[in-house]
Design a protein around this ligand. Sequence first.
Ligand SMILES: C[S@@+](CC[C@H](N)C(=O)[O-])C[C@H]1O[C@@H](n2cnc3c(N)ncnc32)[C@H](O)[C@@H]1O
Length: 248
Amino acid sequence: MKTESLTEPSSSHFSKRARGYNASASWVGDKELIAKMVRAAGPLRGASLLDLAVGTGAVAGAFRGKARLVVGIDICEAMSGRAAGRVDLLVYSSAEKMPFPGGSFDVCTCRQGLQFMDLGKTLAEARRVLKPGGRAVFCHLTSYGGADDRTTFLTQRLRNPARRNFFSPGDLARAAGKVFSRVTSAEYVTRESVGNWIANGAISASARKRIVSVYRDAPAAFKKAHKVEFKNGDIYDSMRMEIITAHV
Ligand SMILES: C[S@@+](CC[C@H](N)C(=O)[O-])C[C@H]1O[C@@H](n2cnc3c(N)ncnc32)[C@H](O)[C@@H]1O
């Protein structure tokens, strides 16, 4: 895992992205991916669930009607305001220090949020707010490991200056294993249009141009692992995600 210092606070970055967020990557509304997270969460009947970095509620909304209570927490009001109606309760707070008593929830989920946070603090908080027997499901982009790390992390950093943590395969499972038990992980690959991915409304034209040139000049190992394809004026990238399941 690579950790860098923050160049832009995530609340300011995501305030600029809130309106176009749902269309900013195909994984956001990917039904198959979200269904895998729901299955990984285990039995939901009667359960209380907390979704960290709820964003526009794409993940949390899938648990509504399945879990008894769905709570979303996020640091950016512009994003989480859009989750109203997809959750039972919205809380504006950092997931690094949460305003809930210990043992409040049966399930904790987080997709694509931990890269913006102090990982150790947030995982410890997630563990604290879960009940005995509770489960956590985390889903995040990773590199393929080794040869593509540098280029993957560079494109991720250029695309999102609020990103602090850059994950290689196994990083999240190892970090989760320090506070949770019975940690397992599964791979998921999402095919993205880079043209769409970089039109997120929050980065400069020069950053977008730089990302395109990083793809053009990328090492062969990166292009191979990511199945990079230049087609109809766009670039396509098979991005790797990991779904981590962990138990209290
Ligand atoms: C890439 S979006 C993910 C949204 C949603 N989980 C999804 O999968 O569509 C990242 C979200 O993390 C939130 N975020 C960043 N840092 C946070 C923090 N310290 N505490 C809570 N939320 C945070 C941002 O405001 C943003 O809504």
